[in-house]
Write a protein that binds this ligand. Structure first.
Ligand code: FES
Length: 134
C-alpha cells in the first residue's frame, strides 16, 4: 500500500489515505475527494493535474511528463499527477482544483493505466525538487 498525505496552499493537512501501490496519483486524489483537474484525460498534455511534492517525490519520470514540463518554465518544481504511480509515502499539494479554479469540469476521467504508454527515465538528485515545505 501507498500512503498519501494531501496539503492545501496554507500548509495544512487536508487528508491522509492509503491506496494500492501503482494507482495513478491523479485517480487516487480524485477518489479521495480531492477535486483535482485532469482536463486532457491523463495524457501529460494539459498540466492541470499538476502537484507540488512536499515529500516522497518519485525518482523516475515518464518521458511524456518530462517533455511537457520542460516545455514551459512556469512548470518548474511541479509534477503531473496523471504520470505518477503511488508508492511509499507521498505528500502533495494539488495546485489546480475545481474549488480554486474557474473551471468547473475536471475533465474526462483518466484510464487506470498510464497514458501514453510510459517510457521511464530515472531522475538525478539534482532534478528532484526538495524545496517544498507544507
Ligand atoms: S497533464 Fe492533463 S491530466 Fe495530467
Amino acid at each position: 500500500m501507498a500512503y498519501i498525505t494531501v496539503y492545501n496552499e496554507d500548509g495544512f493537512e487536508v487528508t491522509q489515505f492509503e491506496v494500492p501501490d501503482g494507482k495513478r496519483l491523479v485517480l487516487a486524489l480524485e477518489d479521495a475527494g480531492i477535486p483535482i483537474l485532469h482536463r486532457c484525460g491523463g495524457y501529460a498534455r494539459c498540466t492541470t493535474c499538476r502537484v507540488e511534492f512536499v515529500r516522497g517525490e518519485p525518482t523516475r519520470i515518464t518521458l511524456a511528463e518530462q517533455t511537457r514540463l520542460a516545455s514551459d518554465t512556469q512548470l518548474q518544481g511541479v509534477r503531473l499527477a496523471c504520470q505518477i504511480l503511488c508508492e511509499g509515502k507521498m505528500a502533495v499539494l494539488p495546485l489546480i482544483r475545481t474549488d480554486n479554479a474557474t473551471i468547473e469540469d475536471a475533465g474526462t476521467r483518466p484510464l487506470d493505466t498510464l497514458t501514453p504508454d510510459p517510457e521511464w527515465k530515472d531522475l538525478s538528485d539534482d532534478e528532484i525538487d526538495h524545496e517544498h515545505a507544507p
